[in-house]
Design a protein around this ligand. Structure first.
Ligand code: NAP
Length: 253
């Protein structure tokens, strides 16, 4: 495939976890991939995995909640890789606490990274998608969108992303752009490892306890989510838009 025919994908929060697995998976699908994370140096491993397998990727340091950094990052990606037409809004943080103990700053941080970040990234990338007459946006929601004790900020943001996704699908469909949301259940990453530490459990015990509550009797791996994202970002998924897919090893209440 010549570089001019190759679609360019942007994955945020792709230094590790679900974002890294998604970047690697999309590269395996033949995409050139911009690996965005807060710290450019932290993206090195993901980029090397892709280039070692013969793919094209660049590391881009940017805070997705900062408008100027997002604009600069997308301009650099268009210049170095080509116009981006696939966007995976994956960057995320947790600031869990019960409502009565949650600080305003922890509320704002979660809103800024998940909602403002996805808004800024999508706004910057959609120009290229509209010009190309093709686009795929995937927003990472969560099973927590259905409500989860200690996550009033995170569940509100993740439910918000579902509404954001549906509106994108309605506004942008006429330009050949789809928008969908993937909502993971428990996935083994640094994020869930930190939660285990917070509740005073070893990660292996925490995962084993979670697995007993999941119909397929195991926790998810980042690749389980990357597989769903690969479907939504594919050329063949052009008639699937505005959907929320829970990828959680079973149905959720
Ligand atoms: P993770 O291992 O914590 O990775 C998230 C990445 O996002 C980190 O590399 C982090 O960088 C980066 N990031 C944070 N804030 C950013 C910002 N402002 N700009 C750019 N990058 C930023 O998380 P994960 O488990 O892979 O989760 C990925 C996504 O899936 C998140 O949206 C999460 O909410 C969602 N999700 C995860 C699970 C799960 O069970 N793991 C379940 C449902 C949904 P730093 O390390 O520098 O902070």
């Amino acid at each position: 495939m010549s570089t001019t025919d190759q679609r360019v994908a942007v994955v945020t929060g792709a230094a590790r976890g679900i974002g890294a697995a998604t970047a690697v998976r999309l590269a395996a699908e033949g995409r050139a991939v911009a690996v965005i994370d807060l710290d450019e140096a932290a993206c090195k491993d993901t980029v090397e995995k892709i280039t070692a397998a013969g793919g094209r990727a660049i590391a881009v340091g940017a805070d997705v909640s900062d408008e100027a950094q997002v604009e600069a990052a997308v301009a650099r990606i268009a210049e170095e890789l080509g116009a981006p037409t696939i966007l995976v809004n994956n960057a995320g943080v947790l600031r869990d606490n019960l409502l009565f103990k949650m600080s305003v700053s922890d509320w704002d941080t979660v809103m800024n990274v998940h909602l403002r970040g996805s808004f800024l990234m999508t706004k910057a990338v959609q120009k290229h998608m509209v010009d190309a007459g093709f686009g795929r946006v995937v927003n990472l929601s969560s099973s927590s969108a259905l409500g989860n004790r200690g996550q009033v900020n995170y569940s509100a943001a993740k439910a918000g992303l579902q509404g954001f996704t549906k509106t994108l699908a309605k506004e942008l469909g006429k330009f050949g752009i789809t928008a969908n949301s993937v909502a993971p259940g428990f996935i083994a990453t640094e994020m869930t490892k930190t939660t285990a530490e917070r509740v005073g459990m070893g990660f292996e015990d925490f995962k084993a306890a979670a697995a007993t509550q999941i119909p397929v009797q195991r926790v998810g791996e980042p690749e389980d989510i990357a597989n769903a994202i690969a479907f939504f970002t594919g050329d063949a998924a052009g008639f699937v838009s505005g959907q929320v897919l829970y990828v959680a090893g079973g149905p959720l209440d």
